[in-house]
Design a protein around this ligand. Structure first.
Ligand SMILES: Cc1cc2nc3c(=O)[nH]c(=O)nc-3n(C[C@H](O)[C@H](O)[C@H](O)COP(=O)(O)OP(=O)(O)OC[C@H]3O[C@@H](n4cnc5c(N)ncnc54)[C@H](O)[C@@H]3O)c2cc1C
Length: 398
């Protein structure tokens, strides 16, 4: 498969080829069964851990590949081409390991990271709450310190969490901290697993934490909330909330790569079908109505590819990541919708994957930050850059 990234090294090409072969032989045969609820998604993901394909960037001693972020993206691209929910579940499970590696105490590294990366345990990361979606400052989840027992007590709710209802290891963000939680601890409760428009097989959970006792070694961040002079307990921006920023640009780039994988699949199917399907004595690709649609789909795909590659090469630029996510995710949905149109009636059935691609990819205009939030970030960046400019009148530009 032609990659969306150029200038790949030999090591990059090797991991790409390995992931593609694995996805074709070990994932593709089960995708329809997973979509139809006949097979458990983790039965397909778990073996990826044994091959070091959950958490490619982690050191080999922890079960990773000591690979680069680009190599992680190549694996995502290969898997998402066949199934977005499988790759979402795989990647989300590795995020707690990422946070534990960055902020956790050495004592707990092996305990939690090894089983996550080997696929023996399932992970998830929890920001979103019923009252806190795009606006995470509305979070209610909170940790209380219990000095007597050297523990923290967690109360709150998290919803729309990928892997949430089946996870063993959770990183739960609260207003004043983030800790590693185990789902078999007393007080943890799964309230609901959502039924979704697409991404069937993905376990999207709503969970409650009823005074869950958390040992202090499981701390990733904590900041005590001190009453202010007027007696109220106002929250500052904690290091926990700030730490989310570390994850946002890479997550948005990763999401965009997954989405490009899905769009590529829809394009490949549409091109081939348009050459094979005959109506009015000609393959339908000979009608401009179809071939021009293909031209637009591929043009939008190539534009997304260029923007995404630029953002991968400038990971420090959160604005570029937001632009890539906005462009890629809105266009990918349009591409998949156009692919259905190219296929006509059969495109609307599950005989071909394009209807599934459209259902699955639709989420990505919402998850990891909505289109509107991306636009908000982009315009802020634009105006911040121009704040210090001299007034137009003085710049004699006209
Ligand atoms: C399948 C799936 C998987 C997910 N996985 C995870 C996960 O693993 N972990 C996790 O923590 N979360 C996860 N989420 C949650 C996801 O990140 C949120 O759904 C998303 O951030 C939007 O929040 P919300 O759904 O509460 O929508 P809201 O924030 O309520 O937004 C509703 C609408 O209002 C718009 N809006 C909000 N604020 C503004 C504004 N300032 N300007 C303009 N428009 C605005 C939004 O763009 C949107 O159109 C997942 C969600 C889904 C559906």
């Amino acid at each position: 498969m032609e990659s969306m990234f150029s200038n790949l090294s030999e090591a990059d090409l090797a991991i790409k080829a390995e992931a593609e072969e694995y996805a074709l032989n070990e994932i593709a045969p089960y995708v329809n069964d997973i979509d139809q609820g006949k097979k458990e998604i983790w039965d397909v993901i778990r073996p990826l851990g044994k091959k070091g394909l959950i958490g490619v960037t982690f050191p080999k001693r922890f079960g990773g590949r000591s690979g680069s972020f680009l190599q992680e993206l190549l694996v995502s691209e290969a898997i998402s081409y066949h199934s977005l929910p499988i790759d979402m579940s795989r990647l989300s499970s590795s995020y707690p390991a990422l946070l534990i590696r960055m902020f956790g105490k050495t004592k707990i590294l092996r305990k939690y990271m090894d089983p996550l990366l080997k696929g023996e345990k399932i992970g998830c990361f929890c920001f979103t709450e019923p009252d806190a979606g795009s606006d995470l400052s509305r979070m209610k989840t909170i940790y209380k310190k219990d000095d007597l027992n050297d523990e923290f007590i967690l109360t709150g709710e998290k919803r729309f969490i990928t892997n949430g209802s089946i996870a063993d290891t959770l990183v739960v963000y609260g207003r004043n901290g983030a800790f590693i939680i185990e789902s078999d601890w007393e007080g943890f409760e799964v309230i609901e697993e959502y039924q979704m428009m697409g991404l069937h097989g993905l376990h999207l959970g709503h969970m409650k934490f009823n005074n869950v006792r958390v040992p202090k070694e499981n701390l990733l961040f904590y900041k005590e909330i001190k009453p202010t002079s007027d007696g109220t307990k106002r929250m500052g921006k904690t290091s926990a909330i700030s730490s989310m920023q570390v994850m946002l640009a890479p997550e948005r780039v990763a999401v965009s790569v997954q989405v490009m994988g899905v769009a590529k699949r829809a394009i490949d199917v549409a091109i081939q079908y348009s050459q094979e399907r005959v109506q009015f004595k000609r393959p339908i690709c000979e009608f401009e109505g179809i071939s021009f649609k293909i031209a637009e789909m591929v043009t939008n795909f190539e534009a997304g590819k260029a923007l995404l590659e630029k953002s991968v090469n400038h990971m420090e630029d959160g604005n570029l990541a937001a632009m890539a996510k906005l462009f890629v995710c809105t266009n990918a949905f349009k591409i998949c919708d156009d692919a259905i149109q190219v296929l006509g009636g059969i495109g609307y059935t599950n005989k071909y994957p394009v209807e599934r691609c459209a259902r699955d990819v639709r989420l990505m205009r919402i998850g990891a930050g909505t289109d509107e939030v991306m636009k908000y970030i982009i315009q802020k960046g634009i105006y911040r850059k121009t704040e210090s400019l001299e007034p137009l009148e003085k710049r004699k530009m006209f």
